[in-house]
Ligand binder design. Sequence first.
Ligand code: AVI
Length: 318
Amino acid sequence: MLTQCQTDTRRSVSATSIQAELSTGLLAAEAVISPKFLYDALGSRLFEAICELPEYYPTRTEAAIFARYGADIARAIGPGATLIDLGAGNCAKAASLFPLLHPDQYVAIDISWDFLQQSLLSLRQRFPHIEMTALGQDFSSRLDLPADVSPARRLFFYPGSSIGNFTPDQALAFLRRARAQCDRDGGLLIGVDLIKDEQVLSDAYDDALGVTGAFNLNVLRHVNLLLGADFDVRGWRHKAFFNRDDSRIEMHLEAQRDMQVSWPGAARSFARGECIHTENSYKYRKSGVIGLLEQAGFQALHSWTDPDEWFAVIHARA
Ligand code: AVI
């Protein structure tokens, strides 16, 4: 049993399953690297920098919704929840809600383990009365909560439109898994990016400073480390565009010359211009997300948006 203020440190991502997943993706006809590998310690820091960019509107638009409607949102949820932060990163978004939501327990889950550890260290000092648990988990395929995470009043917190990094089918499966982990008194607080002007969308993923490019290219360094591959980062270029048919931003890395990449047990040639698909970021209509949440078994939905309707925050009961 965890004592008050104690931080538990559990990680459950196995190296061999990660290597198998990466190798399969790189050998596919259209090479793919899952976006979860964008987040090593440097990738998480680059993502923090992205959130500061003028072009990247989602973070500040969501923050403005919380600033304007925080009291309403807190009223809809009520105090004393177990706040389960999915993809917690630097834990800043959840921490900014502590004074509003007054959670009893905080469970931070992230695949980027070292970064999460660092983030929780300072948070424990700032909020010593909140019981905190850190889990290094890839929750994209399964969601395992330890027995000592209270089953009562679980509030899953999934901000920043990270749901957009799943395909709609994966998103539905993920939401169903979260719903299955809630008792009747539980729920979900989610942030979702909405469809808008295409130039606004593509600029947000191809900024003038090239920070998003560095974030995308950094995945190759991470893959070199995880898989023992020999990607030459300088041989690749960041590419991002809005795919209107699928309502998603796509990020790719494009080979700048013919090259061969090797890793233990396999190798692949890339022709100049060939791409590795590294991320999708789906943009929804509000009605589409609400339909998805209802299909997953959530109900009594409340939503809040900014005046331009660029972003939505939704609370759903289990
Ligand atoms: C974490 N996720 C919601 C971000 C997004 O907007 O899809 C990741 C990102 N990729 C490039 N910029 C930001």
